[in-house]
Design a binder for this molecule. Structure first.
Ligand code: PHE
Length: 474
């Protein structure tokens, strides 16, 4: 089914791009605050189970479906089955990509803004220099106030959202190899390097062990049904699953490249980076005696003053927000690419027109999310005793409903429509350089029954139960 579709120049490029998609605000902004609010290590444990049991098989299937059909999510289902139902499942993915990008672009904008603020030294004013001659007193309250004042300004928030989306558009306009691939190859190593610096500096802080044990010593009493819902939703979000992003990236793979090995590597990198981000953040938070349950504002309220109080803090704060911006950009491009590939394949529109058209739609869709912090802050909808703004709804809808829904249908599709035998036959196509992590695993005796049982029963049932919980039925 090879056609003249653009392809990654190598498997390594694909892995970097897919890891670029997976590693994003989910790992650095979201993971630390949901782990912080849900018991740290206890959350991490359940999240890891979700990644291994549900995330990995679905990741394999998504990439495989893309590689086999060389199509966007709508076209991919159509290429395998005539049943029109599945094309709507693909379309749900395109809808999810819109929903996610509409709030993602707003937070991506904040990250850019904070990189700029760190650069011009704004965070210095959050520290009470005179309190202690040595360290000063970190003051997240003034940082929270700063965040509030900025986000209350519609021009600030819309301006940075525009900047973020423009960067995404600029990269996408250059195509797969010179856009997506080049950006990931350039940005991902920088991201890893910055993260390592931040982890090392975190571990050298006084009381760093408190932050580390928060992340690794589970307090089981903190686990509830909500923890499962959040952990599952986050597993989908962080691996970019359930809306066809990995499928679309997989569609630019050649049949020579094996899928299993790539999936392991992407999931591994994503998980390690989330844990590293957790270590970098919680060591700083705990060493300053702050509460890790600050919510979505954790990295924006708490980190600027805490980081800039450290020796060399100006640089650490700048590096941290640069890291966040890079992670957001390499994921943002993969989110928009889903709907771009859809238009290019299905409507035969030029790439340039598709990018501009879809970005224009996302731009409009993001306006209510951006204005949720100011002009539209009073427009809230009550759901399970919480008043949700447009921003909260987009986030909740995407992570806890649309993505797990997409994953549910993908498991059903692979298990019952495409068929496990076909899936396995395709998984075996492509050279593997590892007997442990590549095709060797697929060839091993126990693989088929285990994979089949997981895809046909465990994934759909678990996702369905969590779904029933999320709508309040159990
Ligand atoms: N995985 C990205 C993150 O962790 C978000 C994302 C979701 C990207 C869905 C693509 C598709 O931030």
């Amino acid at each position: 089914m090879e056609n003249n579709r653009e392809q990654w120049s190598s498997k390594a490029s694909f892995i970097l791009a897919a890891a670029g998609s997976a590693v994003g605000l989910g790992n650095i902004w979201k993971f630390p605050y949901i782990a912080g609010e849900n018991g740290g290590a206890a959350f991490l444990f359940i999240y890891l189970i979700c990644i291994i049991v549900i995330g990995l098989p679905i990741l394999n299937i998504e990439i495989l479906l893309g590689r086999t059909t060389k199509k966007n999510p709508v076209g991919a289902f159509k290429a395998i089955t005539n049943n029109p139902f599945w094309k709507y499942v693909g379309a749900l993915g395109v809808l999810a990509s819109f929903t996610i990008l509409s709030f993602y672009s707003v937070v991506g904008g904040w990250s850019l803004a904070y990189t700029f603020e760190a650069f011009v030294g704004t965070f210095d004013s959050f520290t009470v220099k005179n309190w202690s001659p040595e360290y000063g007193m970190p003051n997240p309250e003034s940082a929270a106030r700063f965040f509030d004042i900025q986000t209350k300004n519609p021009f600030w928030i819309l301006g940075y959202h525009t900047l973020f989306l423009s960067i995404v558009v600029f990269i996408l306009l250059s195509g797969v190899r010179s856009g997506l691939e080049k950006a990931s190859k350039f940005l991902m190593p920088i991201l890893l390097f910055i993260l390592l610096i931040l982890v090392i500096q975190g571990l050298t802080l006084p009381d760093a062990n408190k932050g580390v044990s928060f992340l690794f010593q589970p307090d089981w009493s903190k686990i509830s049904g909500q923890t499962f819902l959040l952990a599952l939703g986050h597993a989908f979000f962080t691996l970019s699953l359930g809306m066809g992003a990995m499928m679309t990236y997989g569609s630019y793979l050649s049949d020579k490249d094996d899928v299993v090995n790539a999936s392991y590597l992407v999931a591994f990198l994503d998980t390690v980076i989330a844990i590293f981000a957790g270590v970098a953040i919680f060591t700083v938070v705990f060493s300053s005696g702050y509460d890790p349950t600050a919510g979505p504002g954790l990295v924006f309220h708490v980190l600027p003053p805490l980081l800039s109080n450290l020796v060399g803090g100006y640089y650490f704060a700048f590096l941290f927000f640069l890291l966040l911006s890079i992670a957001a950009i390499t994921s943002g491009i993969s989110i928009l690419e889903v709907s771009v590939a859809f238009l290019v394949d299905e409507r035969k529109i030029s790439r340039k027109k598709a990018v501009l058209f879809m970005a224009g739609l996302v731009y409009l869709a993001a306006i209510p999310c951006a204005l949720s912090f100011n002009v539209l802050s009073d427009y809230t909808f009550n759901f399970q005793d919480k008043a949700l703004t447009f921003f909260d709804i987009a986030d909740y809808l995407a992570s806890n409903l649309l993505l797990p829904f997409g994953g549910f249908f993908l498991a059903i599709f692979a298990g019952y429509v495409w068929g496990i035998d076909e899936v396995i036959r395709n998984l075996l196509i492509g050279e593997s350089n590892s007997i442990y992590f590549g095709n060797g695993v697929v060839k091993s005796k126990g693989f088929k029954p285990a994979f089949s049982f997981t895809v046909k029963y465990i994934c759909p049932v678990l996702i369905f139960l969590v779904f029933l919980y999320s709508i309040g039925w159990i």
